[in-house]
Design a protein around this ligand. Structure first.
Ligand code: PMP
Length: 283
């Protein structure tokens, strides 16, 4: 596989990152994951906009123009022959002598991209749904910035797996924040689609924005508000969204089956609508 590191396209075995890279030492880096359908990038402009925001919140230097980043994404997709899968892009504050203090502003940012070929559209979970288990949300207070500090989400997902679930729903002050790498939704008994409002408590999902727009256009009533785990367990349906999962139905929460244990009609419909538009608008 060919990867991109600081200006070079290299076989993955030859790619090198400095031991002093602040992404490695301090998790001082942000990232984006863009999905690829039929060899094209889904919602690329929105990912760039969020990257811009993450960088500016952390006073990090942009490593290349949006046009250059698009060209690198496309070049890697082409070189690796990706028809379906992901492009991972990480931007870091660069390499500097180890010090908690940010290095001088002229430190060269680091830029790393790689691809992952994988089936996204037809993966079985899209048909069967997934099981989630609740885990306390012990992440830091700026989850709206997409940093590579992913140790706690990794712990939470592993704990959820140990409980027999596929992913965790993180819970803070009795309210669901989001999944370990996705946003969380429920459909209430009276037909409202509920997902947590944007704040520092959750990542502002690119897929969340797209799916809420489509749901509204489809005539669903949207309530952007927090919900408890109990409300979720009583919900008619539940699902998650992310750039790589699209819309995935949730059929079980903490061992409790939702409805008849199969994906609900709203989640299935939104998955279809999202996939059709993603294919149509990918660049
Ligand atoms: N929340 C978290 C914590 C995430 O890591 C992700 C995936 N990056 C999401 C939500 C979903 O965001 P998106 O739809 O942009 O992939």
């Amino acid at each position: 596989r060919t990867v991109y590191v600081n200006g070079d396209y290299l076989p993955e075995e030859e790619a090198k990152i400095s031991v002093f890279d602040r992404g490695f030492l301090f998790a001082d880096a942000v990232y984006e994951v863009t999905s690829v359908l039929s060899g094209k990038l889904v919602d690329f402009a929105a990912h760039m906009k969020r990257l811009e925001r993450s960088l500016s919140e952390l006073k990090m230097t942009r490593p290349a123009s949006e046009a250059d980043l698009l060209a690198i994404h496309r070049e890697l997709v082409a070189r690796n022959g990706i028809d379906e899968g992901l492009v991972y892009m990480q931007v870091g504050r660069g390499a500097a002598d180890r010090d908690f203090l940010f290095p001088p502003e002229d430190t060269k940012p680091s830029l790393v991209l790689f691809t992952q070929a994988m089936g996204l559209r037809d993966k079985p979970a899209g048909r069967t749904g997934i099981k989630v288990a609740s885990v306390p949300d012990l992440r830091w207070g700026r989850r709206d910035i997409k940093t590579v500090q992913l140790l706690y989400p990794s712990i939470a997902k592993t704990e959820a797996k140990a409980k027999g679930a596929d992913d965790a729903w993180l819970v803070e002050d009795g309210m669901v924040t989001e999944g370990t790498s996705n946003n969380a939704y429920i459909l209430t008994e009276d037909g409202a689609l509920v997902t947590r409002a944007l704040s520092h408590a959750i990542l502002h999902g690119i897929t969340r924005a797209a799916v809420l727009r489509m749901a509204k256009e489809d005539g669903l009533r949207i309530e952007e508000r927090s919900f408890t785990l109990d409300e979720a367990k009583r919900a008619k349906e539940a699902f998650i969204t992310s750039a790589s999962a699209f819309v995935l139905p949730v059929v079980e929460i903490d061992g409790l089956t939702l409805g008849d244990g199969t994906p609900g009609p709203v989640a299935r419909r939104l998955r279809e609508i999202y996939l059709a538009e993603a294919e149509r608008t990918a660049i």
